[in-house]
Structure formats: C-alpha cells, structure tokens
Design a protein around this ligand. Structure first.
Ligand SMILES: [Fe+2]
Length: 102
C-alpha cells in the first residue's frame, strides 16, 4: 500500500513539469489540486502506519480521489494544450498522456 502512495508524488511531479512545457494556463489550480491530494496521501500514510486507518480506506482514496476524480476527469483538461503543443512544436506527446480513441 505504501508503494501505491509513493507513486502519486512521482506522477504529479512529472505531470507538472510537462504542464509547464505546454504552458497550460490553469497550471496553478491544477498544481493546487495535486498538493491537496498529496497532503491527504501523507495523512493517510501516517494513519496507516499508526494503524488509525485501513488499507481499504487508502485504496478507496487512490481509486476514487486520485484516479477516478483527478486523473480521469481533471487531467483531461490539459489534453487540448498537449495536442496544440505537439502541433506547434512537432513533438510527440508521451504515450501515457495520449487520449485513447474509442
Ligand atoms: Fe494532474
């Protein structure tokens, strides 16, 4: 479970670097969203170590708050800027940020 929480800041740091590169206008709001999630992840990790919460609660946070609400919904807001950046610079968009076609 700790490994799952450790990967979140790594993902956000990498994403924020990319958001700067593509000059995503609402970057500050997006980074604030990351900060709030990281704050919650830190609290949950401490609570898990102190046995004040369960793995199920941590897993629920990761699946619901981080993946379903943030990555699936909020992260898609920067996809158009990634496409524009790609078109302007002729650079390929990293595969993990490409929109999947139905
Ligand atoms: Fe994000």
């Amino acid at each position: 479970m700790d490994e799952l929480l450790i990967r979140i800041p790594h993902h956000f740091k990498h994403e924020e670097k990319m958001l700067k590169e593509i000059r995503f206008p609402p970057i500050r709001a997006h980074c604030l969203s990351h900060s709030r999630l990281l704050e919650r992840a830190d609290k949950l990790a401490a609570q898990l170590r102190d046995r004040q919460t369960t793995s199920g609660t941590v897993l629920g946070f990761v699946v619901h708050d981080v993946v379903a609400r943030h990555i699936v919904l909020e992260d898609r807001e920067f996809f158009p800027w990634m496409q524009r950046h790609k078109a302007d610079n002729g650079r390929a968009v990293p595969s993990r940020f490409r929109r999947k076609t139905p």
